[in-house]
Design a protein around this ligand. Sequence first.
Ligand code: HAM
Length: 424
Amino acid sequence: MALRLHIFDAWRRVARRYGFREYDGPPLERLELYVAKSGDEIVDQLYSFRDKGGREVALRPEMTPTLARILATRSRAMPKPIRWYSLPQLFRYERSQRGRLREHFQLNVDIVGEGGVSADAEVLALAIDATRELGLDETDFAALVNDRKLVGAVLSEVGIPSDRHGGCIAAIDRASRVGKNATAAALTALGVSESAVAELAELLDGGSLDHVARRYRSEPVQEAVGRLEEHAAILGAMGLGEYLRFDFSVVRGLAYYTGIVFELHDRAGELRAICGGGRYNRLLELVGGEPLPAVGFGMGDVVLTELLGDRGLVPGEADRCDYYVAWVEERQRAAGLALGRRLREAGRSVVYTLRDQPLGRQLKAANRAGAEAALIIGPEEAESGEVTVRELRTGDQTKRTVDQLLESATTGGMLDRQTNREGS
Ligand code: HAM
């Protein structure tokens, strides 16, 4: 839970920094929301059942259809572009393995109502920064970028009719998991010629964008290349260019993508994707909304957790609080409780014993609770209205009035260390 919150906090900080607002939806949706919109792979992985009212329902395997459904009824009244994010819990009946579980959380970020390539760059920048926020950098991960339109245009140029493109894209999506031979066999089974299979194999094996631009001269290819170059230039201007890599094999498994697509992967290439997303300009219309262009991504907590563990970036789980209020005798408990209450009202975290315990025990408990300072009330302090502030890291002790304490509590500083040191 500590690690999950660490990841969620980082995700929320970065999403807010980019001006996105958080939303949520129900974890249970009608089955039809996914069928024919997300594609066969995810539909095969659904936890679905018939509810007591006879409705076919499913636990959400992804957030994008829910977002589209919510906006279908509300977007008309909303200023565009809509910048929304969510941290949904998702369920997929997958074979559990490293990086893939049947339950996971995602950061979902989407811009709806802006079709320009700046929006594609904006969400990818956010994905990169959300990963960097956790301590990972360009030596740990890369953003692999491609364009579904480019892939479609190349498939046409190598002679594959458009009604086979969906099948070819699914085969390309599986390429990194099943290997070269199985991919060639899958493409051949779709009726792709031997020469076209060879050309695609070359592209999948690290073909550069330059290579694609020089080899395929059709207008749709050149247009898509121009869009990817503009996308790279925007991210370059943001100082994120070193994260980007063109990769023809990244096509994304979900059916609804229509333009630039991307995934974040660990540099070592050992893990599944950290994050995946892209442009989907027809989904909102498909679920009955106004035809709005959209782009976004989902970043999972599972692969990220693996990567943080490998890089030693998992924070410790130590307890932490601001103050531990302790009393010398039971008689000072009431004064201690009153002090604790005032500090909590001022926004500080406060712990104290729930038993009748000697001071030594309470101070040990204060260390275990991860308190910055113990506030000790004895007969003398109860009389004078002061407390003894004992900094637990240094052992420094000083007397403060409750008002002085509250002053430092409300101004946000832990304790005013300067005054403290002078006092000790
Ligand atoms: P997705 O590629 O299916 O995209 O999932 C996005 C990310 O969620 C993956 O890269 C992975 O990190 C994580 N993930 C997916 N399935 C699992 C699993 N079974 N166990 C652990 N982690 C998993 C989508 O879901 C799209 N709806 C993203 C999107 C938003 N596109 C546009 N907007």
